[in-house]
Design a protein. Structure first.
Length: 313
């Protein structure tokens, strides 16, 4: 390496090292670290195996003892979740005693384990909603095994339980993993009722303060977002995203924005609509159909074809 290249290299090393020291984003704090993303993903896979046994493992579940399988899997989940939560709390609570944080992590793991039977019941209702709502679905088993919307909802429901316990990092790591796998972005803070289904799913965005009732169905490309986030962190505790009441269907490409926006029960929101005001119950919202006109001129010369397309929208 030439002297000039070495000097440049040493300068870059020095500047990057300064950033490590001066900005907490780039350096692990003393005796503390961020929770592992890979461990969070392993936890998701264990939970999926528990919720839907026999679908995603190579083992033939019918030959396993169910009680042993559930007990063994729950024990692994509790241990892994406790360690992850303790790591996350240690990173964000510098002034608290290690013993206090360990006790909170253990209680969070206990709470989470206790919620799993109800979460499984909710997930089975989501699967039923998917089967009932999609004439292309051949069975509930197919919905569980292959529908990206079901996977995204499953991860959201697990992450939401940790979000409501104020667990840092882990809920968002979990839902962003599902986002990367499915193209469906559900913030773990959203509140979503029973029998929820996302058909096709790609491009769906559901913001943190969204509230969704029971029997709601979304199609691809739907955004439930905020009107503006220019105030940044000043909006952290403000309801920024819409409320969707029971029995609403929202078709592809619809955008619904704003914390004060309420879509009334039993409404249908048509595709590609843009909504920033509340909609009464039992309302159908559609975009006026565009008009397309096609005009073709005759050929200018024998054997020559020339098409002129006039689009009127």
């Amino acid at each position: 390496m030439s002297d000039e290249n070495k000097n440049q290299f040493d300068h870059v090393v020095e500047e990057i090292t300064k950033n490590y020291i001066s900005d907490e984003v780039f350096v692990a704090r003393e005796n503390r670290r961020l929770p592992s993303r890979s461990s969070s993903i392993i936890l998701i896979k264990r939970l999926r195996a528990l919720m839907f046994p026999g679908y995603f493992e190579e083992k033939n579940f019918e030959y396993l003892d169910a009680r042993y399988f559930v007990g063994d899997t729950l024990n692994s989940i509790r241990s892994e979740l406790r360690a992850l939560v303790e790591t996350a709390l240690l990173y964000t609570n510098e002034g608290r005693a290690r013993e206090e944080i360990s006790a909170e992590a253990a209680e969070t793991a206990r709470y989470f384990i206790g919620r799993l039977p109800e979460l499984q019941s909710m997930l089975l209702k989501d699967v039923q909603a998917g089967f009932d709502g999609d004439p292309a679905a051949k069975s509930r088993q197919e919905v569980i095994a292959s529908y990206p919307g079901v996977f995204a909802i499953f991860v959201y429901r697990m992450a939401h339980e940790l979000y409501v316990r104020n667990v840092p990092f882990i809920p968002r790591i979990m839902t962003e993993y599902a986002h990367s796998r499915t193209g469906i972005d559900i913030n773990p803070g959203a509140e979503i009722g029973e029998y929820f289904f996302i058909d096709h799913g790609t491009g769906v965005v559901i913001g943190e303060t969204t509230k969704i009732g029971n029997n709601v169905k979304l199609y691809q490309g739907v955004t439930l977002g905020a009107l503006s986030t220019r105030k940044g962190q000043l909006l952290a505790d403000v309801k920024r995203h819409p409320t969707i009441e029971h029995d609403v269907t929202i078709y592809s490409g619809a955008t619904i924005l704003g914390g004060d926006t309420v879509i009334g029960a039993h409404s249908i929101i048509g595709g590609n609509t843009f909504i920033t005001e509340s909609v009464p119950a039992y309302t159908k919202v559609t975009l006026k159909a565009p008009e397309m006109a096609f005009q073709a001129d005759p050929p200018k010369a024998e054997g020559e074809e020339e098409w002129i397309w006039d689009w009127v929208i």
